[in-house]
Ligand binder design. Structure first.
Ligand code: SAH
Length: 217
């Protein structure tokens, strides 16, 4: 027999419990993640599993990241209310929606037009007016909007992309998964200081690769 659908409050409690058990303890991050309904960002077949701590397939052969990892990345970014944030890899739009709760403005770029359009629909439905969506190759950043206070890359690069490091302001933080695709990668936090770049390894992760150029759809 199928279990009855879980009540909203109970589902939310379990969702937050899973985040805490993964090390997401920052109150503002937990509040943002409580507010943004992940169910709106997962379409079709897997929508029913949106509240589980799992990555799930989205269109264009991409994935929406696991909530625990989204939480850890957001926490590591230490986003401040006045911050201008760049996200490379819009995907479903879930990470950008969470950042929109914490930052002044979020720019999110994806190489797949379809994903950007679908994410834009959800941002509009939620009235997230501080999110700007862009179709493009995000590995070059957005020179016109630079410098950024925070940059998050949600696809794995072999090294933190140079143009993105250049577009991070002094005192800024970038979080990026680094390593070959199809292997375990390392989530890295880069802090740009007066005297150079500081690197901290946060966790082993698995992300789809950062790919050059625009996608087919
Ligand atoms: N942050 C997303 C998950 C992203 S999955 C979420 O919350 O759902 C990684 C995304 O990075 C994919 O959508 C992929 O199309 C995108 N991507 C890969 N290489 C890219 C590039 N060079 N520029 C922009 N987006 C890229």
């Amino acid at each position: 027999m199928m279990a009855p659908p879980m009540m909203d409050a109970e589902r939310t409690m379990q969702f937050l419990f899973a985040l805490r058990s993964k090390g997401v303890t920052d109150k503002r991050v937990l509040e943002a993640m409580e507010k943004v309904d992940r169910g709106l960002f997962v379409r079709g077949h897997f929508a029913g599993r949106a509240y589980e701590d799992l990555p799930l397939p989205i269109a264009c052969g991409q994935t929406i990241s696991q909530p625990g990892i989204v939480g850890l990345m957001t926490q590591a970014l230490e986003v401040q209310p006045r911050d201008k944030v760049l996200e490379v890899g819009t995907g479903s739009g879930y990470q950008a929606a969470i950042l929109s709760q914490l930052a002044r403005r979020v720019y999110t770029v994806d190489r797949h037009r379809r994903l950007v359009m679908e994410a834009r629909e959800v941002f509009d439905a939620l009235d997230l007016t501080n999110v700007t969506t862009i179709v493009g190759d995000g590995s070059f950043g957005l020179p016109d909007q630079a410098p950024f206070d925070r940059i998050v890359v949600t696809a794995a690069a072999e090294d933190p992309p140079g143009p993105l490091l250049a577009q991070l302001r002094t005192g800024g933080i970038m979080v990026v998964p680094v390593g070959q695709s199809d292997t375990v990668q390392s989530l890295i936090k880069v802090t740009k200081t007066e005297s150079g770049l500081e690197y901290e390894e946060l966790a082993p992760v698995r992300f789809v690769p950062l790919v050059e150029g625009l996608g087919q759809d």
